[in-house]
Design a protein around this ligand. Structure first.
Ligand SMILES: Nc1nc2c(ncn2[C@@H]2O[C@H](COP(=O)(O)OP(=O)(O)OP(=O)(O)O)[C@@H](O)[C@H]2O)c(=O)[nH]1
Ligand SMILES: [Mg+2]
Length: 198
């Protein structure tokens, strides 16, 4: 199974994207797996439970790297892929040792990605920060890669998207809202174009 690693800054909407995109792909019970392959929890979460456990308005609510399997159906056949949610990355060295360890786990998973989905919050001023530039420089060259411009449902998103496109010039940008699922069809097409059929 291929690995699509969802990465980006703190609180940009990575976890909500993973849960709601899995729902969009037709998944109803989400069984997350750790990088070691252990299923955590043993029973699948409902979509509501997954959102309660993983999505939070505060930073670094979840420090675990965990993935959920989805099937992308489309023209040409279906593709099985595991979507990996990772802890938010910050520029510099985080003070909290558990955050440092979590970021290292996320970077290790990112190094193994078959596809990188780099999530950015378009509403934030300077949404393309130092950590984002570092991720793009490292992973956009040899691996299928897309910037996922999130939070497109919020006021000011169009201007934010224009700014992001200027900052991330030359990189593919897919606008979405992880909350309303707008843009998910385009995201699924971009993912399918980068991954082989089963
Ligand atoms: N309006 C709106 N809110 C969003 C969107 N995506 C995420 N949010 C909200 O933003 C907050 C952070 O979402 P998370 O999915 O927890 O963000 P994250 O990137 O996983 O955060 P960390 O794991 O802490 O780095 C939550 O309150 C979400 O409900 C979006 O597209 N639109
Ligand atoms: Mg998260």
């Amino acid at each position: 199974m291929r690995a699509a690693v969802v990465v980006g800054g703190v609180n940009v909407g990575k976890s909500l994207l993973v849960v709601n995109f899995a729902a969009y792909c037709g998944e109803r019970g989400l069984r997350f797996q750790s990088p070691s392959g252990a299923a955590e929890p043993l029973r699948p979460w409902s979509l509501g439970e997954a959102r309660r456990q993983l999505v939070s308005p505060g930073p670094h609510a979840v420090l675990a790297v965990q993935g959920v399997a989805v099937t992308l159906t489309g023209r040409g056949g279906s593709r099985s892929v595991r979507l990996w949610d990772t802890p938010g990355l910050v520029a510099g060295v985080a003070r909290d040792p558990s955050v440092r360890r979590a970021m290292a786990d996320g970077l290790a998973k990112l190094a193994e990605a078959d596809l990188v989905l780099h999530v950015v919050d378009v509403i934030r001023p300077n949404c393309w920060g130092e950590a984002d530039q570092a991720i793009a420089q490292w992973r956009a060259t040899h691996t299928p890669y897309a910037v996922v411009a999130n939070q497109m449902d919020r006021p000011g998103a169009r201007e934010g998207l224009k700014h992001l496109r200027r900052q991330a010039a030359g990189l593919p940008v897919v606008p979405v809202s992880a909350l309303t699922q707008q843009g998910f069809a385009g995201l699924r097409r971009a993912m399918a174009a980068s991954l082989p059929v089963d």
